[in-house]
Ligand binder design. Structure first.
Ligand code: NAD
Ligand code: DAU
Length: 332
């Protein structure tokens, strides 16, 4: 494999993946990104110009997608509308990008006989009870809760159908909550870090008891490279790093690491339909592909992420006021 098309490569996880590919492989990358509110070219600054090409465009643009897919060996599809809260306010771009965009890419990959890897989320499985030991596996039935997760579930099912009906050489991965640099300030961890930097108290939805299974974005990237290299076509791989924590514990850790009192947060209105708990059993990925997380210690990964936001105010500041104004309108 020499050249990869990375959709959504100016977003959080996509840009981390492009950085990771530059450091750990000799591949060349073409990034296709629409630069929505969530995309930021600054996230790709400093990468080698002879190995990274940026194309601004829409994954729903069939002619553009066809021309780009024709030029590469493989496609890794990250582009999506990704934020649950936004999907509750206006689902329409989620249906367009997440469903029609995926359809457009898999049709092009099928026409050109290209390897395709589909980036998805553990949210397609719905949620787990707070007080049970069960975790999601590749066999858990789909049961998405939000407009966002239902469109991601639909996109996964499109890929599965294209594998079976058309022989598309595709794999799918469903990952848990990522953290790390370049994450938009609308998301939980960067929102709270930048609130504290601004002297504003972090905001916890509901009682803060909901559990997420945190993984560093670099561990996600390493898993995707392992699947591209050795994954079996037609298979799904769950990606998770045994990082379960409830939201209150995460906020208290952020406050402690930033030198603030542990109770210096506010409880705010809950998200409608808020999934209780996500937890990933990544046994298949670990045993079949030999992947293991490098960022096993959440506390030091979080401390490094806090340092990154401290040192990159110029990256996040332009989005902060508008994001908080949007949350204020929702009472969150
Ligand atoms: P993000 O919102 O930070 O980035 C999305 C990127 O896609 C942006 O750069 C945006 O400009 C681009 N984009 C949006 N619509 C587009 C379109 N129509 N055409 C081209 N580009 C478009 O998202 P993220 O958090 O980096 O998530 C990336 C992928 O990973 C998504 O598919 C998401 O479902 C999945 N995922 C995310 C997480 C997480 O914790 N954030 C966990 C598991 C899976
Ligand atoms: O599980 C994977 C998913 O993780 C991805 O598919 C999504 O793209 C990604 O956004 C993320 O979804 P969540 O809804 O879990 O992430 P978010 O950062 O929005 O919220 C994480 C948790 O924190 C969730 O329980 C809601 C809560 N929360 C969020 C915000 C923004 C708060 O308590 N306060 C907040 O201010």
């Amino acid at each position: 494999m020499q050249r990869i098309l990375v959709t959504g490569g100016a977003g959080f996880i996509g840009s981390n993946f492009v950085h990771y590919v530059m450091e750990h492989t000799g591949f060349r990358v073409v990034v296709l990104d629409k630069l929505t509110y969530a995309g930021n070219l600054a996230s790709l600054a400093g990468l080698p110009a002879d190995r990274v090409e940026f194309v601004r465009g829409d994954v729903c643009d069939a002619a553009l997608v066809d021309a780009l897919v024709a030029r590469v060996d493989a496609v890794v599809h990250y582009a999506a509308e990704s934020h649950n809260d936004n999907s509750l306010t206006d689902p329409s771009p989620f249906l367009q990008t997440n469903l029609v965009g995926t359809y457009t890419l898999i049709e092009a990959a099928r026409r050109h006989g290209r390897r395709y890897h589909h980036i998805s989320t553990d949210e397609v499985y719905g949620d787990l009870a707070l007080d049970e030991a069960a975790r999601f596996t590749e066999d858990t039935p789909y049961n998405p809760s939000s407009p966002y997760s239902s469109t991601k579930a639909g996109s996964d099912l499109l890929v599965r159908a294209w594998v079976r009906s058309f022989g598309l050489a595709a794999t799918i991965s469903n990952c848990s909550n990522n953290y790390g640099p370049y994450q938009h300030v609308e998301k939980f961890i960067p929102r709270q870090i930048t609130n504290v930097l601004d002297g504003v108290r972090p905001k916890l939805y509901g009682a803060g008891a909901n559990v997420r299974d945190w993984i560093h974005a670099n561990d996600h990237s390493a898993a995707v490279l392992a699947i591209l290299a050795d994954g079996v076509v037609g298979e799904t791989y769950l990606i998770g790093a045994d990082g379960e924590r409830n939201n209150r514990d995460v906020v208290e850790l952020i406050l402690a690491l930033m030198g603030e009192p542990a109770d210096a947060y506010d409880l705010v209105a809950d998200r409608p339909g808020h999934d209780l708990r996500y937890a990933i059993d990544s046994t298949k990925l670990r045993t079949e592909l030999g992947w293991a997380p490098a960022y096993a210690d959440f506390e030091s990964g979080l401390a490094a992420t806090i340092d990154w936001y401290r040192g990159h105010e110029g990256w996040w500041r332009p989005q902060k006021a508008a994001t908080e104004a949007q949350y204020a309108g929702l009472g969150r």
